[in-house]
Design a protein around this ligand. Structure first.
Ligand SMILES: [Zn+2]
Length: 62
């Protein structure tokens, strides 16, 4: 698999970060997101915020 296939923009990554809490992402998306979070300076902070917010809202989703 070429690395370019796994490249995501910050906008796409933000969408994946949000979607991940609602549904299971395909493996390629999860790998791509992990790679992006590793390479990007801004998105890990957003990911942490979303996770904290998700925890704060509790388990009402399920
Ligand atoms: Zn990013």
């Amino acid at each position: 698999m070429k690395i370019t296939l796994l490249r995501r923009s910050c906008k796409e990554s933000a969408r994946l970060i949000t979607a991940r809490f609602d549904r299971q992402l395909p493996l390629a998306d999860r790998i791509a997101l992990r790679l992006h979070l590793f390479a990007c300076k801004a998105c890990p902070g957003f990911e942490r915020q979303v996770r904290l917010m998700d925890q704060a809202m509790g388990r009402w989703r399920s």
